[in-house]
Design a protein. Structure first.
Length: 441
């Protein structure tokens, strides 16, 4: 069954964006975190981020500016946002590549934003009307790694049945999937307590497969965007002759999801036997320097409801790629040519990087565009190479002009568009791979 999400707890405050109000902003973050039941580590990370960002950007805004602070308990993480008017904020220190050198006064002055970006679990930027910027941060609750659990006998004999898991069931199943060594583990499955809290709060749905008293498999799904869900599994922990368990899980899950409001369903893991009944094939990426099942990431998609159409503004190689993809998938999109006026861009761009060390993979997402996009991308590639990362992909959301502005810079730095996922963001999601991924070492 789908778990209903309770009313999320939220605190909002508006105050003058001036140094005397910094203690009040920090107190809101600290007392709010503790009031929502989070511990010292989660609270300290958010308080530090608020302190550093408030201190730095309050010195850049116009006189009389106000800041709006919102803190929301999402059960498995805290979400905090700072919203304030500013014309051209200096955001360079939010990049992973930013570093401080003792002999550079400029870099020392920007130590605060750098510390803030690295004290939270995620960071996102939104830009509103009247030159407003919104810094959105999350800090995950602290969870223990999966403990050692027994796996069911490979040849277990018994009838199969589906069940809706309790929190304890899902916590145990997540630990079993970790123990099985699956190469495609989303973060919440590698931390069983997170999976259980997400299930209870409605941020995650799951169906488990049982034989006798053993859990022998399962599938999960969660919201990826307002219109698209992401699917995980099936994770099967025993032999599955004739794909019986796999079929039971997929039939039930896809049936339930089809009755939801979602218009699309995405699965991006390894190859799926007999996928034709459930999904269309979008494409695949081969990761270099990786062996076994983890080397192949296959993208499947199921359209659940009639496409509503839309307009995409882009040009050049991105426009040509999308035109081919929309024609191949029969998607009703109108492509309109647009060009980027570099003189109207901010001085600096910002990128977010998500690391997957077991697969030597980095996923880069744009937070904001700027005149330095190509140079910023090149600097990130150098940093990732020095860190031993062999595979780099870049995600563009066609519904954000901040994202599509990167198209030319991506081409200049050796990225090529490889896959398109319908409605997986504010618009469609385009997956770029760096050219190194196309050349196995």
């Amino acid at each position: 069954m789908a778990h209903k999400s309770p009313q999320h707890k939220r605190i909002t405050a508006r105050m003058p964006f001036t140094p005397p109000f910094l203690p009040l902003a920090m107190e809101l973050a600290e007392n709010g975190s503790r009031g929502f039941g989070y511990g010292d580590k989660e609270s300290a990370g958010l308080v530090l981020a608020v302190e550093e960002l408030f201190s730095f950007y309050s010195g850049q805004v116009s006189a009389g500016a106000e800041v709006e602070i919102e803190l929301e308990d999402q059960d498995y993480r805290l979400a905090l946002s700072l919203s304030f008017p500013i014309a051209n904020p200096d955001l360079r220190a939010l990049n992973l590549t930013w570093h401080v050198t003792p002999d550079s006064e400029e870099s020392l002055n920007m130590l605060g934003p750098m510390i803030a970006a690295r004290s939270v679990s995620s960071l996102r930027l939104d830009f509103g009307d009247r030159e407003k910027v919104v810094l959105r941060m999350t800090r995950n609750r602290e969870y223990a790694a999966a403990g050692t659990v027994a796996l069911p006998p490979v040849d277990i004999d018994g009838s199969l049945r589906l069940c809706d898991p309790t929190q304890d069931d899902l916590r145990h199943f997540a630990a079993m999937v970790v123990a099985s060594g699956s190469p495609f583990l989303p973060q919440f499955l590698s931390l069983p307590g997170m999976a259980a809290d997400m299930l209870a709060s409605g941020h995650l749905n799951a169906i488990l497969l049982q034989s006798g008293d053993w859990i022998v498999g399962g599938v999960l799904w969660q919201q990826l965007s307002e219109t698209c869900l992401e699917f995980y599994g099936p994770y099967l922990l025993t032999d599955d002759p004739q794909d019986k368990g796999l079929t039971m899980l997929l039939d039930e899950a896809v049936g339930r999801i089809s009755r939801s409001r979602a218009r699309g369903l995405l699965r991006r893991q390894g190859p799926l036997p007999g996928y034709e009944r459930f999904f269309d094939f979008l494409g695949e990426l081969e990761l270099c320097g990786i062996s076994g099942a983890a080397a192949q990431s296959t993208y499947y998609y199921r359209q659940l409801k009639e496409e509503s159409g839309g307009v995409v503004y882009c040009s050049g190689a991105l426009s040509a790629f999308l035109s081919d993809q929309y024609e191949r998938l029969c998607l009703p999109r109108q492509l309109r040519s647009s060009s980027i006026d570099m003189n109207r861009l901010r001085d600096a761009s910002v990128l977010a990087v998500q690391m997957d060390y077991p697969r030597s993979l980095a996923v880069i997402r744009p937070l904001c565009s700027g005149r330095d996009m190509a140079a910023n991308l090149a600097a990130h590639l150098d940093l990732l190479k020095d860190d031993g990362i062999s595979n780099v992909i870049f995600e563009i959301n066609t519904g954000r002009s901040e994202d599509t502005a990167f198209a030319d810079a991506l081409q200049q730095t050796g990225f090529t568009p490889r896959l398109m996922i319908p409605e997986a963001g504010l618009g469609d999601l385009v997956i770029y791979a760096h050219c190194n991924m196309d050349n196995q070492p």
